[in-house]
Design a protein around this ligand. Structure first.
Ligand code: UDX
Length: 429
């Protein structure tokens, strides 16, 4: 099938490249000409394992990029909206990019020639949007701008891609959810034909809610593990032993019960807040979801509390921060738990020596003046304390490197290290 992908961020680039791998002809659209050139040169605009090789295989053959909506949409049967849905100042979803993409798609569809104007075309929302958006915002804008209701189908197909594992997750999903009327859903389902996975067919609002409920539940599991972990810490109990045991209950599962410094990333914090915002608009105060966010915002401050229990005054002390990305295997720092920690350290006058295998350049935009080191070893040299903020595998093999510290004080926010000397403390254990 011929597919247009609007937006070459995380979701758009992975989705487009994987559809090409599944045998479809894909045109990616972005208003940013630099990104378009990059993709056409076979270079992914994002860091994602497996993506460079796939893009290289398909670019110039089954995949290309353009900044011209008409070029992409008029040559496609299905158009995916994969643009960003950032949080507004109040945490509620900002739909301005979705709106402008919908308007542009409507205008492009209005340009279809008399011959093509009766050909069925489906517009699919893949961006994460609050329930009601596809039917109440996207569809009306497409129609108002010329996408004829009779031959334009509308669908919603949420993504469940983890950063760092997005290509794997796309090709090996545990569910594919498609919302819309039967004809639109059938058309979108054909794109996934080669993937052996059951398709959940539903309406657009339910598909939208499934995405929010999915992410909110995972975020809840993490905040739950952190809350139990905070209590365990006071009782001298190892929360990892507790979670490992309760995870054996098939109704609970052991996934996403790793207590630590909290969740970050482009999805969990934003999606939970967007659902809270939408619930508020409907006159409902979501107590549990609010608590999930509150616990998550407290966890980084617990790292500071544990540190200052050991070093009362961090002014002019060198604090090594290991890990800047919001999780391992990505250079993404969005909502990283290391951001509030570094901010607080700086407020208290500490000298921060940071190391991350991939994310230093991105963090430099947030904190231009901290010290960026090219290895964990050099960050630890002469440090008065160390905070481990990200679950990078390489931190698991650190040992003698800690001996270069002025004093061994290690506060672990991700259960990466076990040390038999100096001071070692886990955030929740
Ligand atoms: C998430 C969802 O998993 C994915 O399905 C969705 O569509 C996009 O959002 P992602 O943001 O890439 O994916 O990261 P994920 O692996 O889910 O981790 C999110 C955060 O939770 C990270 O900061 C991670 O460190 C933290 N986390 C995860 C924990 O603190 N404990 C855990 O047990 C698991």
């Amino acid at each position: 099938m011929n597919v247009a992908i609007i937006g070459t961020g995380y979701v758009g680039t992975v989705t487009g490249t994987c559809f090409a791998e599944l045998g479809h002809n894909v045109v990616c659209v972005d208003v940013d000409a630099a990104k378009v050139d990059q993709i056409n040169a076979g270079i992914p605009p994002i860091h994602e394992p497996g993506l460079p090789a796939l893009l290289k295989t398909h670019v110039g053959k089954r995949l290309r990029a353009t900044d011209d909506y008409n070029d992409a949409i008029l040559n496609s049967e299905v158009t995916f909206i994969c643009v960003g849905t950032p949080s507004g100042d109040d945490g509620r979803i900002d739909l301005s990019i979705v709106r402008s993409a919908s308007t542009s798609i409507g205008k492009a569809l209005a340009e279809r020639s008399a011959d093509a104007s009766h050909t069925y075309h489906v517009v699919v929302v893949k961006s994460t949007v609050v329930p009601g958006t596809t039917d109440e915002v996207v569809a009306p804008l497409i129609r108002a701008n010329g996408g004829d209701a009779g031959v334009v189908g509308i669908a919603m197909n949420p993504e469940f891609l983890r950063e760092g594992k997005a290509v794997h997750d796309f090709m090996n999903p545990d569910k594919i959810v498609i919302g819309g009327d039967a004809r639109a859903v059938d058309t979108v389902a054909r794109l996934y034909e080669k993937i052996p996975c059951e398709i959940t067919r539903t309406d657009t609002r339910t598909a939208e809610m499934i995405k929010y409920a999915n992410n909110s539940f995972l975020a809840t599991k993490i905040s739950f593990a952190n809350e139990i972990g905070n209590i365990c810490k006071k009782l001298g109990i190892d929360v990892y032993e507790v979670m490992s045991a309760i995870g054996k209950d098939f109704r609970i599962s052991e996934q996403f019960l790793n207590a630590g410094a909290g969740f970050g990333g482009s999805c969990f914090p934003k999606d939970v807040k967007a659902l809270i915002g939408r619930a508020g608009e409907l006159g409902y105060d979501p107590l549990l979801l609010n608590a999930v966010i509150m616990i998550n915002e407290e966890q980084p401050m617990r790292m500071i509390e544990l540190l200052t229990n050991r070093i009362r005054d961090v002014r002019n002390r060198r604090i090594a921060v290991l890990g800047l990305s919001f999780k391992n295997d990505t250079d993404d720092i969005r909502e990283s738990r290391s951001i509030p920690v570094i901010r607080e350290l700086l407020n208290r006058g500490a000298t921060v020596a940071a190391y991350d295998p991939l994310a230093a350049e991105n963090m430099r935009e947030v904190f231009p003046d901290i010290l960026y080191c090219d290895s964990a070893k050099s960050a630890l040299e002469d440090a008065d304390a160390c905070l481990i903020m990200t679950e990078w595998a390489e931190f698991g093999s650190l040992d003698q490197e800690f001996d270069a510290m002025r004093e061994i004080v290690v506060i672990d926010g991700r259960r990466m290290v076990s040390l038999d000397r100096g001071v070692y403390e886990g955030i929740c254990w």
